[in-house]
Ligand binder design. Structure first.
Ligand SMILES: Cc1cc2nc3c(=O)[nH]c(=O)nc-3n(C[C@H](O)[C@H](O)[C@H](O)COP(=O)(O)O)c2cc1C
Length: 320
């Protein structure tokens, strides 16, 4: 049986301002598992998004909270009937019991074997094992190929989802061979029609080589001291050329790089990625990208992507 009875054992990673209700609904309706990142969303808005997503799909989805910040909308999304919650950058501890009271499942993204052990001790329903290849903020310092088999072993019967640098059907075949029950893709879903990323960011992913994905501390505005993986661009180059100086001494610090239609401003070292309809120096903003970006060649609809990934996987694993 596939993970949570999914048609495709593929999860869409929560992606801050880049994911969208439309993307999550498309992924879940097509047979994968969509998600919403709700860490920075006010409780009433978060509940509204969960209700809208429930109206758009009868299938499984999850919402995510990054525990470096208080999960302020957790109760609201439970009341709104989310079927699952995942956490990253921390351990949910007692929150697991609270979530189970609502009949929802709990997953935890970990970057170490110790993190996986702690999550298992709190009786989570599944583990997401992140490798250092991941786009976005990166908890892990270990390659997925090294970490995943160890986490699978200690997780025993608890399902493990592999994530970080994975992109295509070959990656799915690899992850399942390591004992994962599914893979989770972030960067690959940034480059889909339904994602909320700015078109220039999507196109930059299509054009990128895997070596353009850089693990850094450069874009720390909004979330300091948290390593992340982004596409190399002018902001990163100039900061590195200046010797990677700390906050307050960086080239172009405080400059506005992009502006949203509602007047939202992105400053040079902000961790906010460029979203649709922003204007300005889009390609100088923080464009999260895992090492799998070198294998992204198009910007399909999410449902088309899932079916193509599955066909690639089936072609590779056919035994007849
Ligand atoms: C644009 C973007 C935003 C992300 N935002 C979140 C987030 O809000 N919460 C979270 O747990 N992970 C977030 N991540 C990390 C993902 O959970 C996942 O670990 C990562 O995308 C996997 O690597 P990949 O991008 O190479 O597929 C984000 C990733 C990307 C690319």
């Amino acid at each position: 049986m596939t993970f949570l009875n999914l048609k495709y054992p593929i999860l869409q990673a929560p992606m801050g301002s880049i994911d969208s209700t439309i993307l999550a609904a498309s992924v879940s309706n097509a047979g994968g598992m969509g998600s919403l990142a709700l860490t920075w969303t006010e409780p009433d808005v978060a509940a509204d998004r969960v209700q809208k997503l429930r109206a758009e799909t009868a299938n499984f989805f999850f919402v995510n909270f990054v525990l470096s910040f208080p999960p302020k909308a957790l109760e609201a999304v439970l009341e709104a009937g989310t079927p699952a919650v995942t956490f990253s950058w921390g351990q949910p501890g007692q929150l697991v019991k609270r979530i189970h009271q609502f009949g929802a499942q709990v997953g935890v993204q970990v970057g170490t074997v110790d993190g996986a052990k702690q999550a298992l001790d709190s009786e989570v329903d599944f583990i997401i094992c992140q490798g250092v290849e991941a786009g976005g903020h990166v908890q892990s310092t270990t390659p997925l190929s090294e970490l995943l088999p160890k986490v699978v072993e200690i997780a025993s019967s608890v399902p493990v989802v592999g994530t970080g640098g994975l992109t295509n059907g070959e990656d799915l075949a690899w992850a399942l061979r390591q004992g994962a029950r599914a893979m989770m893709l972030g960067t690959r879903f940034v480059a889909t029609i339904e994602s909320n990323a700015h078109p220039l960011y999507k196109q930059a992913l299509v054009e990128a080589k895997s070596t353009d994905s850089v693990y850094t501390l450069c874009f720390d505005g909004g979330w300091p001291y948290a390593a992340h993986r982004v596409l190399r661009n002018r902001t990163l180059n100039e900061w590195e050329t200046a010797g990677c100086p700390p906050s307050g001494q960086r080239p172009g610090e405080g400059e506005v790089t992009a502006e949203g239609s509602s007047g939202v401003l992105i400053k040079r070292y902000d961790d906010a990625p460029p979203v649709a309809k922003m204007e300005g120096h889009i390609l100088e903003c923080c464009m999260y990208a895992g090492t799998g970006c070198g294998r992204i060649v198009d910007i399909p609809e999410a449902a088309v992507l899932l079916s193509e990934l599955w066909s690639e996987y089936k072609a590779l694993t056919r035994t007849d």
